[in-house]
Design a protein around this ligand. Sequence first.
Ligand code: SF4
Length: 349
Amino acid sequence: MALSDYIHTFGQYLLERHGERIHKIALDAGFTCPNRDGAKGVGGCTFCNNNSFNPNGREPQTLEAQCDSGRRAIAKRTRAKKFIAYFQAYTNTYADVVELDALYRQATAQHDIVGLSVGTRPDCVSGEVLDLLAGYREEGLIVWLELGLQSAFDETLAKVNRGHGLKEYREVAIAARQRGIPLCTHLILGLPGEDASHYHASLDTVLDIGVDGLKLHPLHVVKRTVLANQWRRGEYRPMLYEEYIRDACDLIERTPQHIMFHRVTGTASKDILLAPEWCSQKWNVLNGIEHELVRRGSRQGCKAKESLAAKLGEHSSAVEGIVRIVGQNTAKCQTLFQNPAEEKILDAA
Ligand code: SF4
């Protein structure tokens, strides 16, 4: 058995949908962050490594060279021949839309790049950017927007100096999905002042707003951060391995089956990671999650709120109509749930 037997993973989704393995190649296009330069905030998130932000200390290779080295690294592990250009580092929508278009096209022009995934902050995504992404989708590319929300609690977001709240996330999430752009939301477990009740509530909020994919990871304490100082002073306690496994499994169980997990843990490079130490052993964490799901006899979605049933409580007559249609055409409904682009048809109804 594998983790994908218990979790609807993004990799498995791509394999089933496209008939072959497709891997993401992570790219650093040299963007910076508006939460540091004063455009949205100053100082950055308390957990963000200051040193790695410094653009002068960072000279990323060309996108072509990064794609080449990404291909070579992936070829050692898998036989994937197609890739998604993943604009990962910093805020990948923080530029004029013409400049963004040029960068995204530079990466996707290569013969084996079949998609684009753009990671960014919720307060840095204009309607123009969404239109740009929707246009690529119409051209046949796989397109994902990845939004770092981390927590649905404004109090927590303020505590870690995110510089945005839930409101900005909600607006962009809805606007993206209205354009048919699949949305992957990032959530962090172990933020200061939070416990399992916060993680559950954040997940529920994200699910209620509407989402197609999720990334989970534990909060890392890395060098040269405000969080590192708080940790040294004993003001922040990192999650224990057992806590993360338990809480991540709880969230996986509460997540409906049609939502794809792009990631269920994360790791930081050893040269900057301070705590928790177990974060550096990614496979150990993945194995722990799989073993815990097996031990519980559970899997993704087994404790999910039935979304139609949830809506039934709020808008009974409208949803009763949907339920009738679904009852008449269950097979079609299942197809819709497998397709994030079409899934919003049900939401809109
Ligand atoms: S974590 Fe992201 S949003 Fe926060 S300061 Fe760092 S680059 Fe900016």
